[in-house]
Design a protein around this ligand. Sequence first.
Ligand code: NAD
Ligand code: WQD
Length: 335
Amino acid sequence: MRKLLVTGGAGFIGSHTCAALTDAGFSVVIIDDLSNSSADSICRIKEITGVEPFFYKADIRDRETLDRIFSEHSIDAVIHFAGLKSVAESVAEPMKYYRNNVFGTMQLIDAMENAGCKKLVFSSSATVYGDMNTPPYTEDMRVGAVNPYGQTKLMIEQMLMDLCESDTEWSVAALRYFNPVGAHKSGLLGEAPFGTPSNLVPCIADTLMGKQEYLSVYGNDYETADGTAIRDYIHIMDLAEGHIAALREYNDKYTGFRAFNLGTGCGSSVLEVIREYERASGMKIPIVFKPRRQGDAAVSYADASRAENELHWKANLGLSEMCLDSWRYVSQSNV
Ligand code: NAD
Ligand code: WQD
């Protein structure tokens, strides 16, 4: 059985991917410091799959623990989710982001080299397309960052490209996620961010659960059909499957660095998401229109054809499943 190391495997995307990996027959070793997640998700992975993942509660910057993991397990490849992801926090505390995301990745790469493990799937982001491109975004477009969080993703991608240039045994797939939402069908795993959320779907959930009086809709004067901003929302389980496709269709077959967009290729407006979530929950979502949020693009969606052609992966679930599955998790677990 192939064994994978999953950094940040207790988090939102990591936990769903670990469940999908386990169901697909991989053995999973998780390292997570639980700075933005709880050990509950490890128990939930076991409840869903019947298999308990190996779990190390540790920071990826802790080289000793990384070396110990590689010596205790025969790791075939690494999926690297661990990182901080709040845009606003990255503006307020940039060094925290460079230290965690960039230095953390450097420690991981060193430990992998030391262990002779040279297959990596890295969690990148559509944020690397910055504000100078017109959607749909293709992987060959120029990249640029508009905040320190985005800058860490770009720096890591560059570092990984240089690494692959210098040593042709490395295989790195950088997956540029668009807007992951939804939850596992079981209602056992979902998105449970610490603190006040800033992403749309967690804010909708908080409003319905009475944690927010109303949902702020940032901007209704964009040049879009209903005036609200458009994003490429992707179901978390489709995203999870994208990692398995990347391992099998890229890392197992090719070396070098390659970026892949993981999105649906379709955009939905903020009001469309709200309407769909109202349908899923059977509840009315109170909204208040507010000015545009600083730094927000009007429209963002992927050209997902590279992943379809090369990884033979494509998103199958639509906005209605995303909202139904999110609501099932939120209403069942009262997060
Ligand atoms: P998350 O916060 O739910 O998961 C990240 C996990 O990493 C958490 O469990 C956290 O405790 C852990 N972690 C953070 N720093 C660590 C460290 N130094 N050592 C060990 N563990 C650490 O976030 P997520 O939404 O699951 O995102 C996973 C990855 O995907 C991140 O790298 C993020 O930047 C990237 N990404 C997320 C989105 C999104 O919208 N959710 C979009 C694009 C890219
Ligand atoms: C979506 C739309 C908001 C909340 C962010 C990061 C990006 C990536 C994914 C990691 C926007 C609007 C939101 C609310 C609203 N993360 N909105 N009311 O901004 O596309 O991307 O998460 O890599 O880097 O920037 O996602 O969910 O925050 O916003 O009207 O209460 O919903 O203005 O138009 P975004 P989001």
